[in-house]
Design a protein around this ligand. Structure first.
Ligand code: FES
Length: 89
């Protein structure tokens, strides 16, 4: 068992488990918000096709929670918009 953080909460994960699977097991249904409307989105396909599960991992936006392995100590947060909005001028 390992642990990573999501939006400041400690999330347990089994070795080899994806961030998305661990979040679902912990009860999270939304992992990001949409660019235009800020609507919540969560895992949909679960196989890296739909891009509904984008998260920011250790400051890197655009990672797919459903196919990204959870690693001990990772800091994961929901992706809001593009995940790069703070860089816009
Ligand atoms: S849930 Fe579809 S790409 Fe992750």
């Amino acid at each position: 068992m390992t642990t990573f953080s999501f939006a400041g909460a400690d999330i347990p994960a089994e070795p080899g488990q994806s961030i998305g699977a661990a979040l679902l097991a912990a009860g999270y249904r939304s992992v990001r918000t949409t660019r235009r409307d800020g609507a919540p989105r969560g895992l949909f396909c679960g196989i890296g096709v739909c891009f509904d599960c984008l998260v920011v991992v250790n400051g890197r936006p655009g990672l797919l929670a459903c196919v990204t392995e959870a690693r001990a100590g990772d800091e994961v947060r929901p992706q809001e918009g593009t995940g790069r909005d703070h860089l816009a001028c």
